[in-house]
Design a protein around this ligand. Sequence first.
Ligand SMILES: Nc1ncnc2c1ncn2[C@@H]1O[C@H](COP(=O)(O)OP(=O)(O)OP(=O)(O)O)[C@@H](O)[C@H]1O
Length: 274
Amino acid sequence: MGEKVVEARGVSHAYVRKRPTLKDVSLDVAPGELVAIVGENGSGKTTLARHLNALIPLQEGELRVVGIDVRDAANVWELRRLCGMVFQNPENQFVSSVVGEDVAFGPKNFGAGEKDARLAASSALAAVGLEGLERRDVHALSGGQQQRVALAGVLASGPQVIVLDEATSMIDPRGRDELVRTVLAARSERGAAIIWITHDMELAARADRVVVMREGEVVAQGAPEDVLTDEDLLSSAGLEPPLVVRTWRVLQAAGAVLGPAPVTVEGLVSALCA
Ligand SMILES: Nc1ncnc2c1ncn2[C@@H]1O[C@H](COP(=O)(O)OP(=O)(O)OP(=O)(O)O)[C@@H](O)[C@H]1O
């Protein structure tokens, strides 16, 4: 158990009394694991994410992230350094209006000297494709660029867990692919675990594990090949399978293919070639 970077046990939360938003959520995440959390609007994904970073008080249950109890106020900044978050609207996430200073804030705040913090900021900005934008005003950037700055800020702080909450929603398709690669590199280079909250089933198909939420509960979790091909489960959670699975079903109905549905384009190609 000590090895997990997220250990949630029976976490429940109600913003409004007697109207629970999270119900008895238990979830483990291992170091370096890529976990996708899917669920329809209002199913509680963001509320769970906020708990991971102690942005809202834990009302019920137990939650340790990177070994820190989220109730432990003395360690909240260490928790936020080691578990970085990028939200859908990063606008309110910035501490400085100057890009380079915002990204350098994390490392500086966590003890790096001025020069090291700047270097960390520049390398994180380069990693998200924003090389040389250090002097720009954050608020004069596009939504997608702001999401990249927010991710750079997280990367510069050396996280063990990166939580992305619809964090690529405003990024154009090519930029999104680049960002996915950047996040996956953070995983392979630093062993960071990634928790990806997304409506993008193609992205979820690339995870190690998919967690399905419905009305504040975790209703299923497992390998993408199992979860994302279970149409009844997905439909009960208000979700659609990835395009590859839907394509497979059409081919199957036409008698063109046999066997379990692949979930990624690569899987589809190898199944068709086999
Ligand atoms: N600050 C708040 N006060 C009261 N209710 C809230 C608050 N934040 C969220 N809620 C409610 O909690 C429920 C779950 O919201 P949450 O944002 O966690 O869902 P989600 O799965 O992330 O949704 P989405 O896919 O739309 O981002 C919703 O019904 C929402 O209205």
